[in-house]
Design a protein around this ligand. Structure first.
Ligand code: SAM
Length: 329
């Protein structure tokens, strides 16, 4: 029999103990996963209501799991697989975890744009499970990065909190509506897989330049404005946007907002095969907040991303990006 990889072994720990907790606590798999992740991190069973037999079974699994023997990325990937399993039960499309391939590519972009900065702060105003932000953090080993995450969904935020603890990544978390005032320091970089759709709170939306003239505003527009507000001048923003962003209602206002506050650096369309249908397809939008003395790039980097499995095509897009950097910086 083939030996299990470290990721499979750790996934089994999450999966088996979450299944036991789910049964004992009569909750969803995702709730149980957050509980077991917290137990594993605290090295303690925190659910008194569990039967002794179940406690013993779960404890044995925790004891066998020597967390210190796993890398941060192994922990993230095993945890991510368990979250994906839980999300198959019932999760709204807008709450989906950001896929790994996108996280890895944005990490590459972040590294390029932060160019050797040894210390910086990053914000994700809709952090969800934390998978995207934690991918960024795990992949910047040369820099000391502090992070802030916000999400309105308490279960997803708990998953993010437990993940950050297990990976020993310093993330400050806020369980609130990300469009309400944020009491945080401005960030050097923002990354966000934007929640797409209507924002129901018209009173709050009225505080934003990007509010709709009539009816509900688009949450993804307001999230971009909120993100720009909390970015330092000269800082970078990386958004996952719907492909139709520049054609939908409010696009004119968005153009004017961008002209006034940011420089568009690049738009990279992700392969359609990554998404269920054309309407759900997304692009990566890269912005820089305006700062005195910082000019717009000579040209905006525009590309269609090939399938990530196509190594040669991926290599070629990275070479193009390098050329763009040399020419525009
Ligand atoms: N990057 C995340 C991850 O890797 O798990 C996924 C983000 S998901 C596409 C969008 C997130 O926006 C969801 O977690 C959802 O709870 C959050 N969200 C939606 N409306 C929000 C609001 N008004 N304030 C804060 N978070 C919100």
């Amino acid at each position: 029999m083939n030996e299990l990889s470290p990721i499979e072994r750790l996934f089994n720990t999450f999966d088996e103990t979450a299944a036991t907790l789910q049964q004992e606590l009569s909750c969803t798999y995702l709730d149980a996963l957050a509980e077991t992740a917290e137990n594993l991190f605290q090295q303690k069973i925190l659910q008194d209501e569990m039967s002794d037999l179940a406690k013993k079974r779960v404890w044995k699994k925790y004891e066998e799991t020597k967390l210190a023997g796993y890398s941060k990325e192994e922990i993230r990937q095993a945890y991510q697989l368990a979250i994906l399993k839980g999300m198959q039960e019932n999760v709204q499309p807008n709450h989906q975890m950001t896929p790994d391939s996108i996280g890895l590519f944005i990490s590459y972009l972040l590294e390029k744009f932060m160019r050797g900065k040894k210390e910086f702060a990053i914000l994700d105003p809709a952090i969800g499970t934390g998978n995207l932000l934690l991918t960024m953090l795990n992949r910047q080993p040369e820099a000391s990065v502090s992070a802030i995450g916000v999400d309105v969904d308490d279960l997803l935020l708990k998953l993010a909190w437990c993940g950050a603890n297990l990976m020993e990544q310093p993330v400050q978390l806020y369980n609130q509506d990300g469009l309400e005032p944020l009491f945080i320091d401005p960030a050097d970089a923002v990354v966000c897989d934007l929640p797409v759709g209507w924002y129901p709170n018209d009173v709050r939306a009225a505080d934003y330049e990007l509010k709709a003239e009539e009816g509900h505003s688009f949450a993804h527009h307001l999230f971009m404005e909120q993100s720009v507000k909390h970015t330092k001048p000269g800082g970078y923003l990386f958004f996952l946007i719907p492909n139709g962003l520049f054609e939908e209602a409010g696009a004119d206002k968005l153009h004017r907002f961008f002209q006034k506050h940011v420089h568009i650096q690049g738009i990279i369309q992700l392969p359609l095969t990554m998404f269920k249908n054309k309407q759900a397809a997304k692009s990566i939008l890269i912005l820089q907040k305006q700062q005195e003395g910082v000019l717009a790039p000579k040209r905006v980097f525009l590309a269609n991303m090939p399938s990530m499995k196509d190594r040669q095509a991926m290599q070629s897009i990275m070479v193009k990006m390098d050329d763009w950097f040399k020419e525009s910086k």
